[in-house]
Ligand binder design. Sequence first.
Ligand SMILES: Nc1ncnc2c1ncn2[C@@H]1O[C@H](COP(=O)(O)OP(=O)(O)OP(=O)(O)O)[C@@H](O)[C@H]1O
Ligand SMILES: O=C(O)C1=C[C@@H](O)[C@@H](O)[C@H](O)C1
Ligand SMILES: [Mg+2]
Length: 172
Amino acid sequence: MRKIILLGYMGCGKSTIADKLSKTISIRFVDLDKKIEEKTNLSINDIFKKYGEIYFRKVEREVFIELLHSPQQLIIGLGGGTPCYANNHELLKNENVVSIYLKASIETLFSRLISNRSKRPLIASKSDEEMKEFIAKHLFDRSFYYNQAQYKVSVDDKTVDQTVLDIVAILA
Ligand SMILES: Nc1ncnc2c1ncn2[C@@H]1O[C@H](COP(=O)(O)OP(=O)(O)OP(=O)(O)O)[C@@H](O)[C@H]1O
Ligand SMILES: O=C(O)C1=C[C@@H](O)[C@@H](O)[C@H](O)C1
Ligand SMILES: [Mg+2]
């Protein structure tokens, strides 16, 4: 069954948009980060702290592939880094997959992440200044992978509903 995959940088709105999209088109939404937390019985923060990022990336790929093999039609919200490791970006082109990159500017990402960084281990300990610099460089490094998505939707200056409508138009 077809999988609708939302991807993009931390804070671009994958979870928020996927949740609303799910209600709008009545297709179940699974958040990859949440699924990993359920499977391991650990928070993403604790996985990073106890076992390190490489272990996290291994589990992330396994759970992503498991979801792709699910017999159900699903909306899958990826983690911010999912397409950027272990050749996961190649899975974005699979048959039965519609992959959509939610593209946000550095300013949008910074403003959405500034008040809520503690649950995101890659930025949790950074100051405001360090975070802006980090996002700019990291986004530059990751853009190649995000751009492997089949579709791109800009999320800057749009409400959740406007972005959901853009996605519904792509799926029509
Ligand atoms: N127009 C908007 N569209 C989407 N999210 C928005 C919008 N305006 C504000 N937000 C806020 O941006 C924040 C980040 O959104 P969200 O947690 O959905 O991002 P994410 O891409 O799932 O991040 P992560 O990769 O860290 O899980 C949330 O607090 C959300 O409420
Ligand atoms: O951008 C990233 O690499 C990450 C984003 C989050 O969704 C989590 O998957 C984790 O914190 C790593
Ligand atoms: Mg999320």
